[in-house]
Design a protein around this ligand. Sequence first.
Ligand code: UTP
Length: 495
Amino acid sequence: MASPLRIPDRGPSGVDARCDAGIPADLRNRLEELGQAHVFAWWPQLSAALRAGLVRQLRELDFDSLEQSIAYVRRSGSNRTGQADVGLPAANVADELQPPRDVIRQDASFRRHADHWRCLGEQSMARGEVAAVVVAGGMGTRLGWPRPKGLFPVGPVTGKPLFQWHVEQIVALRGRLRAAIPLVVMTSTFTHEATVQAFAEHRCWGLPPHDVTFVCQGEAPALDRDTGRLLMAAPHRLATAPDGHGGLFGALQREGTLEQLRRRGVRRLFYFQIDNPGTRVCDPEFVGCHLARRAEVSVRVIRKQTPEERVGVVVFDGRVHRIVEYIDLPRRLAEAEAPPGSGKLRLWAGNTAVHIFELDFLVRCARDGVELPWHHTTKAIPYFDSTGRWVRPTAPNAVKLERFIFDLLPFARRVLVVEADRRREYLPLKNRVGENSPHTVRQGLISLAAERIQRLGGEVAAGTAVEIDPRWNDERLARAIAQTPRITTDTYFGD
Ligand code: UTP
């Protein structure tokens, strides 16, 4: 803990009435109105440069949104229980939400069409029309890993980090289809430097560097979860956090990436999140489904298992499709069955956070000035307290403002939902222990690799870890298995 600074003699507003010279009056008034004058508590001790920095940061605040968020925090106060606590304003959650309308399920009909869809997807990729976009700007507070989550070792045998795990799938597809599939990586101020450095050190894990673009997302202020006061990171700086995965939409616009991708012939973005190693990056079948149904946005979903499962659902609200976070779904709707008494959830389509966006759709939303709404999530965010101490909370202490990328759904003219095999494609890494933790992810990845080995005639002894290089096709794997069909020690099948 840093040593506390001397605390200034503050007036009732939180600003020393005698020492506030130089604080722009409009800013001071607005912040006082919002009960946030404490942000100037250290003003008298700041140098001119630090004062200018604070003023600059405060001027960048969106005061209207801030006002709403403060009101929200004060209203909900200690009643707040969830991780993500307001998805949509209650009024927007229609009473009778319906399941999505255009759905492709994992059934016999899927298997009949799969070859056709795969072919469509591969052709689009071979024409250079698909770019992969991964969001990797999160702070990973629940995992408690101090570096970017993309650097977390997930390879059960190799310890490959998540970035490599995903990138090698793209490298494999590029090789097989002779396609130039570019990768866009969204970082944040928390992850940017370490991410760019790791890509450079590892030569982008086999991707040509000119096909990798980094875009850095924006930030939003963090509020004390009990009082709604802006948290400080230093006497002259507000505490901020990345502005959510929805920050991607703004970042792509700000950095001119939409236009750059359009110019190189990209027509659609395959969006995924860094923390699900089950993602089949640029899965040709999924891309083919999207094309066959002429969707503007496609969502990969899993069947939600219980009303309590912490997964957002894709719904149709009678007018548009949207994704409603589990915490915002009224219990009655979460529990509704179709047909009644069947034990099958009516709102069944659980979001895996894998999407395809048509580039034209994103360009249209940008041109129309679409602004994604703010949500509030509670997180553990370090801050500089009023006594001048640096505090590192171990439990959520802050409300963080975030945008969610799926709030683009209501703007799409055509939304497609494609069901995935949960066991294969949903292995999120969220928590340090328990569900969705390194342990469950490791077990999931090992059993998927073992199943593939068994299908090709091999046998994996219990308790043995196996891992397969995504660049290895079945033919190559079968050759290796033929040499040692019974695997009794941890083995990596790869180059
Ligand atoms: P989560 O919502 O699980 O957040 O992110 P997180 O930051 O990784 O973890 P916690 O909640 O602090 O424990 C889902 C995905 O969205 C990305 C993450 O990197 C992850 O791929 N994300 C999240 C961003 O890129 N930026 C953000 O601001 C938030």
